[in-house]
Design a binder for this molecule. Structure first.
Ligand SMILES: *Cc1c(COP(=O)(O)O)cnc(C)c1O
Length: 402
């Protein structure tokens, strides 16, 4: 085993695919301290700048005084505190669902939903670019899983209509369509209106993973479902560690959905509850994101400014109007080197490479937040333009005419 692992790690390195961690020595903000150096941060999912908000910190400190640090047990034993319970009710009210259920992470929420609700007679149909946690949950589920080409609702419809087995022409009992609301590595928004329509025509259920839409899109930040003008979806999931600035995740929907997850979702049942003080901080985050529209307005201004400047600089933007603005450089080597060059210049914009994204679609994943200033965005584009020019001259066959 060890010999093989050594080879696999070395192979990654040779292909410019080795993943490495930064050690951050400051709170999340548009400026970060890493190894004693200050950097401009364009890689955070803290879209509204709430992760380090004084009221969030205060809420956590207060709750820690009353409830201590550890939850001490799982939700079904004695780990479910007042703050957890209140947060669930507040989240359900906010997104307009009957009930909501907290999970310790978004990964566990997606995995729990897809592995607990369906069986062999059922079908899961997922967008090809869905988040890894959805793909893993679908693979671990007893249900059959199919994947459709990104945002292609006709392909989705074909997948839903093709039978369980061609010889018997037998049909599936339950069909569940699963899509990201905002795609995490591309930044584009799922066409939820047409997906919803296809679901209605084929009697399929709809699950939306809104990790990057919740707090950012829609009225008061209610998310992508609201942004697309739908009243609701059958299973709504979002994380609390991104725009909300806290940690954890929730699933919202009918009472029966939530009761079923409590009974059957192993990633809910067999794990310690999130610390109560985190739940308290999440409650504050939910309040702030509802109350402070100016954060979404500022974020949208920053997105528009970045897109305008990047277009002028001829940078290869993707089709995205959200805070996720990838620069599609394609080559692993080019993207790794541009990212390293940016770091040299004091800017953190991390390289996203296969297998996180398809082969030949490596990109710099730029994320904007409400905290970035105009000068910071101007500087980002200037340095980006220069770095791509310089590096593409060094990397054979990867010239970008800028
Ligand atoms: C981040 C993310 C998750 C996982 O959420 P965590 O709380 O970080 O585990 C799930 N889905 C999508 C689309 C994400 O971007």
């Amino acid at each position: 085993m060890w010999h093989k692992l050594q080879q696999r790690v070395e192979q990654r390195q040779a292909q410019s695919l080795l993943r490495q961690r930064l050690t951050v020595a400051s709170a999340q903000s548009c400026e970060l301290k890493v190894e004693g150096q200050g950097y401009l941060n364009f890689s955070s999912n803290d879209y509204l700048g709430l992760a380090n908000h004084p009221k969030m910190i205060e809420a956590m400190q207060h709750a820690a005084k009353d409830y201590g640090v550890g939850a001490g047990a799982s939700h079904l034993i004695v780990g479910h505190s007042h703050h957890h319970h209140a947060l669930e009710q507040e989240l359900a009210d906010f997104v307009g669902a009957e009930r909501a259920l907290l999970f310790s992470t978004g990964y566990m929420a997606n995995f729990g939903v897809l592995t607990s609700l369906l069986d062999k007679q059922d079908l899961i149909v997922q967008d090809k670019l869905n988040h890894a946690s959805l793909i893993d949950g679908g693979l671990a589920s007893e249900a059959k899983m199919r994947r459709y080409a990104h945002n292609d609702t006709e392909a989705l419809q074909r997948q839903l209509q093709s039978p369980l087995s061609t010889d018997t022409n037998s049909t599936f009992e339950t069909k569940l369509v699963v899509t990201d609301g905002v795609f995490s590595m591309d930044g584009d928004i799922a066409p939820l209106q047409s997906i919803h329509q296809v679901c209605q025509q084929t009697s399929a259920q709809l699950m939306v993973d809104d990790a990057h839409g919740f707090g950012v899109l829609g009225q008061q930040g209610k998310g992508t479902v609201s942004h697309c003008g739908l009243p609701s979806c059958d299973i709504y999931m979002a994380t609390l560690g991104k725009a909300l600035g806290g940690f954890g995740a929730f699933v919202a929907g009918s009472s029966l959905l939530i009761e079923s997850l409590i009974q059957f979702a192993r990633s809910y049942i067999y794990t310690t509850a999130m610390p109560p003080a985190i739940a308290a901080a999440n409650r504050m985050g939910l309040k702030l994101l509802q109350q402070e529209d100016w954060r979404r307005e500022q974020l949208n201004k920053n997105i528009a400014l970045f897109k305008q400047l990047a277009k002028q600089a001829n940078l290869p933007l993707m089709q995205s109007d959200t805070a996720i603005q990838p620069i599609l450089l394609k080559s692993n080597e080019l993207v790794a080197k541009v990212s390293a060059e940016l770091k040299q210049q004091g800017i953190l914009a991390l390289a996203i490479r296969p297998p996180t994204v398809p082969v030949n679609s490596a990109r710099l994943r730029i994320t904007l937040t409400a905290q970035h200033s105009e000068e910071q965005i101007v500087r980002l584009v200037e340095v980006l333009q220069k770095s791509v020019q310089v590096v593409s001259k060094q990397v054979a066959n990867q010239t970008y005419e800028l």
